[in-house]
Every structure is written in structure tokens, then in C-alpha cells.
Design a protein around this ligand. Sequence first.
Ligand code: ADP
Ligand code: MG
Length: 318
Amino acid sequence: MSDFALRLSGVTKRFGSHTAVDHLDLEVPRGSIYGLLGPNGSGKTTSIRMIMGILLPDEGRVELFGSDPDETRRRRVGYLPEERGLYRKMKVLDLLAFMGEIRGVAPTEGRRRAGDWLDRLGLQDWIDRKVEDLSKGMQQKVQFVATVLHQPELLILDEPFSGLDPINQDVLEEIVREFHRKGTTILFSTHLMDQAERLCERVCLISRARKVLDGDLKGLKRAESRGVLAVGFEGSEGWLEGPEVMAREAVGGDYHLVLADGADPQAILRRAIAAEVTIRRFELVEPRLHEIFVHHAGEAAAGDGGMPRALDGTGGVG
Ligand code: ADP
Ligand code: MG
């Protein structure tokens, strides 16, 4: 039995002259919770569509549970597409029973499971209403139920949190954690780095169709532990700029400076002293995912799809 629920090797997709996914290698270990992260337009959805067989790769190979994907193996996957869409005229419970049946769940059992999920998600009063009567957020929860009803071994969720209010994001996050605890393998895409940071064991950061880096999140943070300098001060800001500093971000009244490779924090400190500012804080800190991304892909790439800042609660669109 393969240790990987999913493996991509050299997977490439071109749309005309535009390369949407460029030689992507990805290994998702069984039982892991894995984040595919990158700004809008970086190629996450295209990669997932190739995994699901909706698009064919121009090059490379996708392996599902250790072999070429086929109908039987794809049935072991629960897939939440980015474009949400349910039969609008059907009643919620009927629809879920129907979706379950397509995936091999007997209708009585499907209704039972769907009923339990709808209770849990606060939709118990909506089971006999038509899908079109539900709000967007409610429809998204129903679609999530449809994704998990057949108890898949592997969940592939494309931007599962987008479009949900913060409370429902938390609810979904907790459910995803629960699936993880029960042994389900989870791959989800997001441009929301803070969410990924809370949830993932492993991450793959992509930018402009290419993998920037991947691996175990704790290991990546350790490897970058000399990369981010937190500074707090009173006074002018000009000294923050210099060849050592790749990017800076306001974080709770201080700044986080993403350092260039081999940069010497002492050089920055000397500039601060020359500028006669009062230093409150000056220390290397554990980088956040966003800072790791900036360090490897550059600030311009991070800004592609409006990804950064919004991610870390320092402003911007949420
Ligand atoms: P993400 O999910 O990371 O936001 P996508 O995979 O949706 O990114 O898109 C990656 C790139 O491929 C984008 O530049 C997008 O415009 C382009 N793209 C995606 N699907 C198509 C398509 N069907 N035809 C042409 N270009 C596409
Ligand atoms: Mg997408």
C-alpha cells in the first residue's frame, strides 16, 4: 500500500500560451492535512481539477492511492469544487440523499447521515426547503455535506472557507480537524494563509504556476527561524529600509521585517541607532507562513491575487 493518498509528478497544464501549472510535484501522505497555498491565479484550482480528472494534464502524472486514478478510486474521494453549484429546485434532504446515492450510499442511510449533518450545521429547519431558498453560506454548508456523505478516505476541498462568515469558518475548521483525527486525508486549497497556518501539518506554497516550497509546516518554520526580525520603536521609519530587508509588515504595533538570505540584523540595529529612534523590541521571531512565502517568492508574487495582509489581520480585504 502506498504511503501517499495522492502524488503528482511533473504535472503541467497550459491554456494556449499561458502555463497555469508548471511541473508540479506534490506528495500528500495518508492521514495528513495538507494545504495548497498561493495567491489567486497561482494554479490551485487547475491542479485540483487535474487530480479530479476534470482537466487532463499536458504533461506529468497523477497517482491516487498508489495507482492511476480510475472511477473506483475517485469514488473514495470527496471533492468540494471551487464553483459551488447544487440543483436549485430540489429540496435539501432529497438532494443530499440523491448525491449520496450516486456515490453508493443507500437512500435511507443517506437521509439518516444527511439529517445528522444538517442538525449539526444548524440547518435542521431547512431540510424540506428548496436549495434556492437558502442563503449562499447555507448552500455552501449543504454542499460540504454532499462532499462527505459517502465517508471518503480523501477530502479535496477547493477554497472551502471562502464565502463563509467567521463563525461558520470556525465550525468548518473544527469539522475538518475532526475528519483529520479520524484518519481522513485532507487536501485543501486556500489563499488565506492564517487559516492554513492553524490547520495544516504540511503545506505546498505555489506562486505563478510553480511550487515555491513544500514540506512539514513546523520544519519549514524552524528552517526559517533566522528570517524574520520583529522590531518595535518610537521615531522615524527610514532606517527600516536597506538591503537586508526584503519586506516589512505591520503586526500589532510592531513591524516584522522579512530578512534577505544571510542578512545581518546588527546592520539594521546600527542604522536604528544612527537614526536616534527609541527601540522597544528587537528580536528574531518565528516566521508566519505569509512571511515564509514572501521570503521565497518575493513580495510582488505575494501580492498577485491580493493574498497578503488580508491574510494576517493587518488590514486589506478579508
Ligand atoms: P487559483 O485557483 O490558484 O486561483 P487557477 O488554477 O484558477 O488559480 O488559475 C490559474 C491560471 O490559469 C490563471 O491565470 C487563470 O486565469 C488561468 N486559467 C484557469 N482556468 C482556465 C481556463 N479554463 N482557460 C484559460 N485560462 C485558465
Ligand atoms: Mg482557485
